[in-house]
Design a binder for this molecule. Structure first.
Ligand code: NAP
Length: 492
């Protein structure tokens, strides 16, 4: 059986960052396994019309791989995919990648001191280190609505978009009003003969300060990289302000949170003419309980006579339309599922992982609490770096999480080398201290003190804990990644 130094699961930005860090640490015998047929993760899988990032691209990118040629403030999907390809090429990652291979399970072999990683086709490999970078939003959720399988028209989930689909002249239903629908609805609204948007929970939407980045700015970024670093620093500070002040320090800064809410309300008032539609589009939960988004063209779509907002719950799907709880039927020929992703039921972890003494990670998380030291390592799971763990997502740009985790890896692997060791495992004590600290921090946040019950937010798990986001500033997260006590781990 082939034995690797490390197996990285997932070839998105997280897995690529982890592989780059492994190489920096001198670990080069790496296999990056990816279930899709190309790299890029989210930016490969998603290609629905309107797809773009809603964190400015100067920040939504690796700090060590700046791209002075971003075309827009908020890059569109294809540009991000191209950026992922560029990073893979410049860091020589492609030769490590194997596509179309799903991992089925991984099991720690204490005797041999490595992981046995099984693929769905039956093949297996050994790995001294296992790094899971399977994403948070990677298991599409199909709604369990009666009759949905009998729909006779076109059904498409946004994460499985059919590029040949043309909405022109069609009668379309969109289920869901999350960040994805906010991007897709304006596009469908322009083309469809009739569009009905089925909303269960409205989303807070603030203006998007988007636009083309002029050529002279691109040239400036290329000629004087410090200018792009400065732009990144300013943007990061603004994001930090929104997240840390408005969401995490809600106890002391309710006003900031309220300010964001007022901005979103004013945006809605300016953009939607009909008062009843405005009311229906206004969330009943506190800003930040659920991921808000940015858009300038979502709300105006509802001014079109051909676009309808439906807030009555969907009772059932019939072969030619949808029937709501109040008995009304809307005939459609296309059903778009903008219903998001399953995080807590199928994604933590994304496949079966069995650690020391037969501990099953998924079962243990569900029987105890969702937890991971610094959002990256778990007791009883030696040599596992679980990059999409509870409390790992730090800040609004995913790249702040990725780079903190890379730093954490750097400190850990440096210590392993210094000791001449090959195995690490986080201690129960360090893990418990971290979990207690996160639990304590959450008490100040909007998740505890705000009105989050009506939000139906995926930030909360099945136990009602907001265990996805790490409730610290990205500055604190970064500091901890380079200063965590080395005694938090045992080494062998
Ligand atoms: P989402 O935020 O989870 O939204 C899913 C939507 O589908 C919600 O409105 C949900 O309603 C609705 N829904 C799900 N099941 C339903 C059912 N059975 N009946 C009726 N409605 C149902 O998913 P998403 O919009 O795909 O976005 C996921 C995340 O991806 C975002 O939060 C964001 O982090 C990321 N994203 C980012 C960007 C970007 O620009 N960077 C763009 C798109 C997505 P409830 O809220 O009532 O459950």
């Amino acid at each position: 059986m082939r034995a690797y130094d490390a197996v990285v699961v997932g070839a998105g930005f997280g897995g690529m960052g982890a592989a780059i860090e492994l190489k920096r640490q001198g670990v080069d015998d790496i296999l990056i396994v990816e279930r899709e047929d190309d790299l890029g993760g989210t930016w490969h899988v998603n290609h629905y019309p309107g797809l773009a990032v809603d964190i400015a691209s100067v920040t939504y990118s690796y700090s060590f791989a700046p791209n002075p040629r971003w075309q827009r403030v908020f890059a569109r999907g294809p540009e991000l995919k191209a950026y992922a390809e560029h990073v893979a090429d410049t860091h020589d990652l492609r030769r490590h990648m194997r596509f179309g291979t799903a991992v089925e399970s991984a099991e720690w072999d204490a005797g041999l001191g490595h992981w046995l990683v099984r693929f769905s086709g039956g093949e297996a490999v050994h790995a001294r280190y296992l790094l899971t970078a399977t994403g948070f939003l990677s298991q599409p959720k199909k709604p369990d609505i009666p009759g949905i399988d009998d729909f006779a028209g076109t059904v498409v989930h946004t994460a499985d978009w059919d590029d040949s689909y043309d909405a022109t002249g069609r009668r379309v239903a969109v289920i869901g009003t999350g960040a994805t629908a906010v991007q897709l609805v304006p596009r469908l609204a322009r083309a469809a003969a009739d569009l009905t948007v089925y909303q269960r929970t409205p989303i807070w939407v603030t203006p998007k300060l988007d636009g083309r980045i002029p050529g002279f700015v691109q040239r400036l970024f290329a000629a004087v990289p410090a200018t792009q670093r400065a732009a990144r620093a300013v943007n990061t500070a603004v994001l930090e302000l929104i997240m840390v002040i408005g969401v995490l320090h809600y106890r002391r800064a309710r006003l900031a949170n309220r300010g964001a809410e007022l901005l979103a309300r004013a945006h809605l008032r300016r953009q939607v003419r009909d008062r009843a539609t405005r009311r229906a589009l206004t969330p009943a939960y506190s800003f930040g309980c659920k991921r808000p988004t940015f858009s300038n063209d979502y709300f105006p779509a509802f001014n079109r006579p051909t676009v309808h907002l439906e807030t009555s719950p969907i009772a059932r799907v019939e072969p030619d339309g949808l029937v709501t709880a109040d008995g009304r039927k809307t005939e459609v020929d296309t059903l778009v599922l903008a219903t998001g992703f399953d995080l807590w039921d199928t994604n933590f972890p994304a496949f079966r992982i069995t650690g020391r003494d037969g501990r099953d990670l998924g079962a243990w998380w569900r029987e105890t609490r969702f937890q991971a030291y610094c959002g990256i390592t778990v007791p009883h799971f030696p040599n596992l770096l679980s990059l999409n763990s509870p409390y790992s997502y730090n800040g609004l740009s995913y790249f702040s999480t990725i780079e903190s985790q890379m730093r954490h890896m750097g400190r850990l692997f440096t210590e392993l080398r210094r000791r001449g060791a090959t195995t690490f495992e986080v201690t129960d004590e360090a893990n418990a201290e971290f979990l207690d600290r996160m639990t304590e921090r959450l008490k100040d946040s909007v998740f505890t003190l705000g009105n989050c019950a009506p939000a139906r937010s995926y930030y909360f798990n099945q136990h009602g804990e907001a265990a996805l986001l790490r409730p610290t500033s990205t500055h604190d997260g970064k500091r901890e990644s380079t200063h965590f006590p080395l005694e938090s781990y045992t080494y062998a």
